[in-house]
Structures are given as structure tokens and as C-alpha cells.
Design a protein around this ligand. Sequence first.
Ligand SMILES: [Zn+2]
Length: 141
Amino acid sequence: MSGPRALHLAAGVLATLRDHAAEAAPRECCGLLTGPVDGTAPLVIDRAVASANLAPDGATDSFELDTALHLSLQRTERAAGRRVAGLYHSHPVGEAIPSRRDRAGAYDHTLVWLIIGPDGTVRAWWPEPDGFVEARIEVVS
Ligand SMILES: [Zn+2]
């Protein structure tokens, strides 16, 4: 199944992602993105939850989300009629496009990926069997 080609991102979340990326540099930051379940496009993301980056110390080109955080967030969001809709991480160097490592790690095709570039640019990507496809971000208040 293909994800929607546009998503609405709350302005506060955008600011949080940029802050988190700046704090984590030169390492990658990472976290999860949640929003309401409304069954209609575009997808809405209105909350970001930071995760520890569990990639080995010193790694500056990889991230690993905290699986326990992911599971507990799934439970609490579901109980509130919401869902985990995506994940984010930063690229302290390079561009806000999926790396080879990202492409290899994109196993869950229900989550949109937001990548924060070194200059604060944020781009959205859907993992699909043939690779990532970019989605348009519309920032909403
Ligand atoms: Zn990456």
C-alpha cells in the first residue's frame, strides 16, 4: 500500500525536530511522530517524541530507535484514539534524503520518514518496496 503523497505537519513539531537535530549533532537525532487517526489524506502529524539514539557510541551516520519507547507510545496513542504515524532522524552532514543505510532499514511501510538536513530542511519520505518516495509537507499551525 502506498502512503499519502502529502502530510500536514504542525509548526511546533517542525521547530522541535530542528531543535533536536541541532542538540544531537554531530550525532543523528531520532524519534517518533504521532497524530490523529482520521482515515483521510493528508496525514496529520502533531506530536514528536524524542528517542534515545541507540546506535553505537561515536556513530555519526546512523540511528536506532528505542523499541520499548515505540511499543509504549503505540499503546498510549492508541488508547487516546491516535497512532504512531512516522519516525524522524537527522543527517548532520549531507542532505535530507534517505541514505543507503536508511533504504536498507526501511522495513515498516506504514510509517512516514522525516529527515532533518544540516541546514534545518525537513523532507518526508514513504518507504515503498522499490525505495523511498517523497511526500509533500504542508506546515500547519
Ligand atoms: Zn538517514
